[in-house]
Design a binder for this molecule. Structure first.
Ligand code: ZN
Ligand code: ZN
Length: 294
C-alpha cells in the first residue's frame, strides 16, 4: 500500500511532489485547479515535464487528482451539469498528462430531487467526460450520505457505474470516514472484511482502486462528513489499522485528507502514524489467524 497525503500544488505542479516528499508520502493527491473556482488551471508542458521528473526522482509512486467540490454531475440545472462536464474532462486530461492513477470524484447530489433520475443524469455526464478524454481512470468516491449526495452505499455506486456505461476506466475510491458515517462499521478486522465482501459483491472485482484514510468526528451512521485526525475520532487507531490492513486493499494508493493539528492538512507525523497503524493491523491479523497454542 502506498500511503501519503493530499498536498497543495501552489507555486507549480512540482511543488506538490516536494511537499509530498517532506511529509514522507508514497502517494499524493492534488486539486488540479482552485477548489472554489470553475476556472480551470492549464499547466504548461514545462510544468508537466518538471512534475514527472520530480516524481521519478522521489519515493512518490502514485498521484491522484481530486475533482473540485463545485462539481455536481447530477444537477437538475443543465448549466451546472455543463460546467461540471467541462471541469471533469479537463481533470481527466490533466490526469493523463501527469500520469495520475485516477481522478477522484464525488458522484453528485440529487439535492431534494428524485434519486434515480439524479443517478441517470450523473451517469450521462460521467460517460461523456470519459468519452471526451483518454488515459486516466475516474474513481467515484463513496460519500457520507449527507443531504442528497449520491454514492452512500455500494449498491448506489454500482448503479452510478452502470448508468455511466460500465467503462473499464471507472473505479471506486473508498473513504474510511465516509464509510463509517454512512453506516458501515469497519472498526475491527472482521467487520472491515465483511464490509469489503459486500463492496466487492456489489461492485465486482477490480473496481476499488484508491483509498482515503480519514478518522471521523461523528459516529457510525451519522451521515455527516467531518474528518478527524488519524486515531482521534470514532475510528480510533484500531479502526484505522483494521481499514489499512484489509488484504484486498494492499496494492492501492491511500491518501490522508485530515485537518491536521494546525488546520494545514496532514503532517509528516500523521503519515508515519498511518504507516505504523497498517503494520500493527497486519500483525493483529496474522496473530488471529495463528492456531491457539496447545
Ligand atoms: Zn475523501
Ligand atoms: Zn470527506
Amino acid at each position: 500500500m502506498l500511503i501519503g497525503a493530499h498536498v497543495s500544488p501552489a507555486g507549480g505542479l512540482p511543488k506538490a511532489i516536494e511537499r509530498g516528499v517532506e511529509k514522507g508520502c508514497r502517494a499524493i493527491q492534488i486539486f488540479n485547479q482552485s477548489p472554489r473556482m470553475w476556472r480551470p488551471t492549464t499547466y504548461g508542458e514545462g510544468d508537466v515535464e518538471a512534475f514527472r521528473s520530480a516524481m521519478q526522482d522521489s519515493d512518490v509512486d502514485a498521484v491522484l487528482i481530486h475533482a473540485v467540490y463545485l462539481l455536481n454531475c447530477a444537477s437538475e440545472d443543465a448549466e451546472i451539469r455543463k460546467k461540471s462536464l467541462t471541469s471533469l474532462t479537463h481533470s481527466l486530461r490533466t490526469g493523463a498528462r501527469i500520469g495520475a492513477c485516477g481522478v477522484v470524484l464525488h458522484p453528485g447530489s440529487a439535492k431534494t430531487g428524485h434519486v434515480g433520475r439524479a443517478i441517470t443524469r450523473a451517469g450521462k455526464t460521467i460517460a461523456k467526460a470519459l468519452s471526451d478524454s483518454e488515459g486516466c481512470d475516474l474513481h467515484l468516491e463513496n460519500t457520507a450520505g449527507a443531504g442528497g449526495t449520491l454514492g452512500r452505499t455500494f449498491e448506489e455506486l454500482a448503479q452510478l457505474i452502470e448508468a455511466a456505461g460500465g467503462d473499464e476506466r471507472l473505479g471506486v475510491c473508498l473513504d474510511s470516514c465516509h464509510l463509517l458515517a454512512s453506516g458501515y462499521d469497519i472498526r475491527t478486522p472482521a467487520k472491515m472484511d465483511e464490509v469489503l465482501c459486500q463492496a466487492i459483491a456489489a461492485l465486482g472485482q477490480g473496481r476499488i482502486r484508491s483509498l482515503h484514510l480519514n478518522d471521523s468526528q461523528t459516529p457510525l451512521g451519522s451521515n455527516r462528513d467531518k474528518h478527524a485526525n488519524i486515531g482521534e475520532g470514532e475510528l480510533g487507531e484500531r479502526g484505522c489499522g483494521a481499514f489499512l490492513s484489509a488484504p484486498p486493499l494492499q496494492d492501492l494508493p491511500c491518501v490522508l485528507e485530515t485537518p491536521g493539528h494546525d488546520r494545514s492538512g496532514p503532517t509528516r507525523e500523521e503519515v508515519q502514524l498511518a504507516v505504523k497503524l497498517r503494520e500493527r493491523g497486519l500483525r493483529a491479523r496474522s496473530r488471529s489467524r495463528r492456531p491457539a497454542a496447545q
